[in-house]
Design a binder for this molecule. Structure first.
Ligand SMILES: Nc1ncnc2c1ncn2[C@@H]1O[C@H](COP(=O)(O)OP(=O)(O)O)[C@@H](O)[C@H]1O
Ligand SMILES: [Mg+2]
Length: 420
């Protein structure tokens, strides 16, 4: 039986065997209700990838993303990795609990419920909201406002480029950067706006935006994001508190944008060190390879318009392989995701999709080695939870799969009104 390891070329498979992989599911052989589970499907987690997880609502995207995160945590090389889940729905804290609900299903796979040591991070200024709702968290994070560019502020506020507000914003930030470098607070920005020689109405408008930014609860003196990339750790960045707020997705994007920018910069520096080490025959991993999982990614990297996360994420996608950053994006509407990200994906997991434009968006990027069009493969999937297709650009193969049950609790299930 050939071993299926997705994300690896044949040579890589020969060299590493199953080291640095995790079992995410089983190959489905046969069509529709005749389909049965065959060989395990292993996923490479040792090298950087750009992955996409797609499917209609309730088809298992968030669930599968959790499965991949579990496999990274359990991998033999997990100490050389660091995983971050961007959680706009506030559902991944439940990975701390074993999936006792599915003991029987897990047993059939030779697996047991298991709790994972996730660290849940929330915005420092939002602890009260979490406490009041009894939502668990472990740590808080902050961003340094002085490190934001005027572009990032502009996009976070949802301002038009070249509007009066944006012009004033740019001048103020430029002046503060020149005077204080990376050390100034939102209060200093407010003072600077006040003192600026500019139209009063525009000044008031900008001040209001910055006052509002204070209420986001994400700004502090220092950025505390580096603790999110500790070796072997699985961190959940819970940005769900912004979900209901108007303009909240822009704030979520800002957090993602700043985080990705910073991680990429640090990984690039680390990569230079690692290369110097290699030249001297030392094989050392200076900083773990970072895997970032983003649920509902069309909000952060949309096809139309730009968010503070667009540029940083596109950089991950385009140059991330070399410095060693990996990205996994989920969305129910691949057609709504930036096509530049789609086209760079080397591993796709497509759960059931029905919208023609979404199927086309995926079909376009992987058609070279598909015998039929994507719709044919999707239609042949049995109507069971967690089935999907894996398209792998590395091995140039397509596999119908049954994704495995989760070892840790999944909190994202669809509620229903039936009582047990
Ligand atoms: N591989 C799987 N095995 C068993 N049940 C699954 C699997 N994938 C998804 N499910 C079920 O489907 C539900 C919806 O999945 P979820 O990932 O939350 O959907 P979405 O695609 O909207 O993110 C889950 O709560 C779970 O009950
Ligand atoms: Mg989901």
């Amino acid at each position: 039986m050939p071993v299926i390891s997705v994300g690896r070329t044949e040579e890589e498979q020969d060299e590493h065997g199953l080291d640095g992989t995790g079992e995410v599911g089983k190959h489905l052989v046969g069509e529709n209700e005749e389909a049965h589970m065959a060989n395990p499907v292993y996923l490479d987690v040792a090298t950087p990838h750009v992955m996409g997880v797609f499917g209609k609502r309730g088809t298992g995207k968030s669930y599968s993303m959790g499965t991949i995160a579990e496999e990274i945590q359990s991998a033999d090389i997990s100490e050389n990795l660091s995983t971050i889940i961007i959680d706009p729905m506030g559902i991944y804290w439940s990975m701390k609990r074993p999936n006792e609900r599915d003991v029987n299903a897990l047993d059939k796979w030779g697996m047991k419920p298991e709790a994972f040591d996730v660290q849940v991070y929330i915005p420092e200024g939002k602890t009260r909201d979490f406490d009041e709702m009894d939502m668990p968290y472990d740590e808080t994070f902050t961003l340094n406002p002085a490190r934001l560019t005027s572009e990032e502020w502009r996009m976070s506020f949802g301002l038009e480029a070249n509007s009066e507000l944006s012009i004033l914003l740019e001048r103020v930030i430029q002046e503060l950067d020149e005077q204080y470098g990376n050390k100034y607070s939102i209060d200093s920005i407010l003072e600077a706006v006040e003192e600026f020689d500019f139209d009063e109405k525009t000044k008031k408008g900008l001040e209001n935006r910055f006052m509002n930014a204070k209420s986001w609860g994400i700004f502090g003196e220092e950025s505390s994001l580096d603790k999110l990339t500790e070796r072997g750790e699985l961190s959940v960045v819970d940005v769900s508190v912004f979900g209901q707020m108007s303009g909240g997705t822009r704030v979520q994007s800002l957090v993602v944008g700043i985080l990705s920018k910073r991680i990429l910069r640090r990984r690039m520096a680390a990569r230079r060190m690692e290369e110097l080490d290699e030249m001297q025959g030392i094989n050392e991993n200076e900083m773990p390879i970072v895997y970032m999982f983003i649920d509902e990614a069309h909000e952060f990297l949309p096809n139309e318009g730009e968010t503070p996360a667009s540029d940083p994420l596109l950089r991950w996608v385009k140059i991330g392989r070399e410095p060693g950053v990996s990205l996994c994006l989920t969305t129910q509407q691949p057609a709504k995701l930036d096509p530049n990200a789609l086209s760079q994906m080397d591993i796709l997991l497509a759960h059931r999709l029905t919208a023609q434009q979404d199927i086309e968006a995926l079909g376009e990027i992987m058609q070279t080695y598909m015998r039929y069009d994507l719709k044919h493969y999707i239609d042949a999937l049995p109507d069971r939870k967690g089935t999907g297709l894996i398209l792998d650009d590395n091995s140039e193969r397509i596999y119908p799969v049954q994704m495995r049950p989760r070892k840790s609790w999944h909190a994202g299930g669809t509620p229903d009104a039936f009582e047990d």
